[in-house]
Design a protein around this ligand. Structure first.
Ligand code: F6R
Length: 365
C-alpha cells in the first residue's frame, strides 16, 4: 500500500532516511566497523586487483559514477564505469585481476546479467550491489552487498539510488581499509558522517514547498538543463534522467565546464537551468558557470549548501541542502532532484508511478 501517500514514488522518496539508515547500520558491528557478510575479498585478493569496472543501467549506473569517485579516492584503484548494454558488446579488457562491480535494484536486468556472464567467463571476480535477495544478479555473483531499501514499486528509482550510493561508500571504505590506503581515523570519521545522512535527508524532505514552486515554473517548458561539476555532474545526470522519465520534459545534464564547448548555444531567454553547487571544492567555478548561463537569459534554479546564502544574488531560486562533505553530497542533492521530478510530473497530470513506455524491470534486450 501507499501508506497514506498519493504515489509510491513519494512514499519511497520519504522512506529514504530509513532506507539509508538500515543499509548503513545493519552492516556495522559492535565496534562500529563495516561487516560485509557476503563479501569475501581478502587482502590478498585485493592486492591482485588491477582494474575495477562498475557496470549497470540507468539510475544504477548513475550511482556507479558516484561509486567510482569513492573507490578511486579511498582505495586508490582505477575504476571504469560503463553502461551494461555497451560493456557487454565492446570487448572490454578483462582478466583474473579484474573486479566487476555490478549494481542492480531488481537484480534481473538482462544486460547487466549478460555483463556478469561475459566478465565471469573471462575470469573476473563479480561483486554485486542489489536490492533483491536471491535475485539472478545476486546468485551469479561471487560477492553480494544487499541494499536495505525495501521493495521499490514506482518505476522511477529513488530509494534504491540513495542506498546504492551508501553501499558503494561502504564498499570503498572497506576496500580502502583492507588495502591500507586510508587510516582508521579517516575510516571512522567517514562512518560518523554517513550516520548523519538520514537526518539531513529528512530536513530536505521538509522543504518541499519551494520545490513545488519550481515544478510550476518549469512544467510547460519544452527543455531543461541540469548543470554540475564533479560529483554534482553525476547528480545532474540522475536528476535529468528522473525529470525526463516522469515529466516528459526533454532534459539534458552537462558538466558545467563543458558549456562553452558547444552546449551553451542552447540557452535561450527563460530556459530552466538547474545548477547543482554542492561541491565546496568547485563552488567558485560553478558560480562562474551560473553567471554565464544567467547572462544568456537562463532561469537558474540552484541547489546549494545552506551556508552559501550569497548564491541568492546569482540564481533566480535556491533550494538548500544541509552541509556535508563533498564526497557524500550526492546522497543529499539527489533528493531535491527527485522532488522536482515528482511535482512536475504530478502538476502535469502524468501517471507518476507508471510513466509511459517504461517497465520497472527490464528483462529484455
Ligand atoms: C530510472 C530507473 C532505471 C533503472 C534501470 C536499472 O528511474 O529506475 O533507469 O535504474 O532500469 O534497473 P535495475 O537497477 O533494476 O538493474
Amino acid at each position: 500500500s501507499k501508506g497514506g501517500y498519493d504515489h509510491f514514488m513519494l512514499k519511497e522518496i520519504h522512506e529514504q532516511p530509513t532506507a539509508i539508515k538500515d543499509t548503513l547500520l545493519r552492516r556495522l558491528d559492535e565496534n562500529g566497523k563495516i561487516k560485509l557478510d557476503d563479501i569475501k575479498l581478502t587482502k590478498e585478493d585485493l592486492e591482485k586487483i588491477s582494474k575495477v569496472y562498475i557496470v549497470a543501467c540507468g539510475t544504477a549506473y548513475n550511482a556507479g559514477l558516484v561509486g567510482r569517485y569513492a573507490i578511486e579516492k579511498f582505495a586508490q584503484i582505477p575504476v571504469e564505469p560503463d553502461i551494461a548494454s555497451e560493456f557487454r558488446y565492446r570487448e572490454p579488457f578483462i582478466d583474473q585481476n579484474t573486479l566487476l562491480i555490478v549494481i542492480s535494484q531488481s537484480g534481473e536486468t538482462l544486460d547487466t546479467l549478460a555483463a556478469i556472464r561475459e566478465a565471469k567467463r573471462k575470469g573476473a571476480r563479480i561483486l554485486s550491489v542489489t536490492n533483491v535477495v536471491g535475485s539472478s544478479v545476486a546468485r551469479e555473483s561471487d560477492d553480494v552487498f544487499y541494499t536495505w531499501a525495501g521493495p521499490e514499486i514506482a518505476v522511477a528509482s529513488t530509494k534504491a539510488y540513495t542506498t546504492q550510493m551508501t553501499a558503494l561508500y561502504m564498499i570503498a571504505l572497506d576496500l580502502a581499509l583492507t588495502k591500507g590506503t586510508i587510516t582508521e581515523e579517516f575510516y571512522f570519521d567517514m562512518i560518523e558522517k554517513m550516520k548523519e545522512l538520514p537526518a539531513k535527508v529528512e530536513k530536505i524532505l521538509e522543504n518541499y514547498e519551494d520545490i513545488k514552486q519550481v515544478a510550476k515554473e518549469i512544467k510547460d517548458k519544452h527543455s531543461a538543463f541540469y548543470l554540475g561539476r564533479g560529483l554534482d555532474y553525476q547528480t545532474a545526470m540522475e536528476g535529468a534522467l528522473k525529470l525526463k522519465e516522469i515529466s516528459y520534459i526533454h532534459t539534458e545534464a552537462f558538466a558545467a565546464g563543458e558549456l562553452k564547448h558547444g552546449t551553451i548555444a542552447l540557452i535561450e531567454e527563460g530556459t530552466p537551468v538547474i545548477a547543482i553547487a554542492s561541491q565546496e571544492r568547485l563552488y567558485e567555478k560553478m558560480l562562474s558557470n551560473i553567471q554565464e548561463v544567467k547572462a544568456r537569459g537562463a532561469y537558474v534554479i540552484a541547489i546549494a549548501n545552506e551556508n552559501r546564502k550569497e548564491i541568492e544574488a546569482q540564481a533566480d531560486r535556491v533550494i538548500y541542502v544541509p552541509e556535508v562533505d563533498d564526497i557524500l553530497a550526492p546522497v543529499l542533492t539527489a533528493v531535491p532532484t527527485q522532488l522536482i521530478a515528482y511535482y512536475t510530473s504530478l502538476i502535469k497530470g502524468n501517471d507518476v508511478d507508471k510513466p509511459r513506455n517504461l517497465a520497472k524491470s527490464v528483462t529484455v534486450e
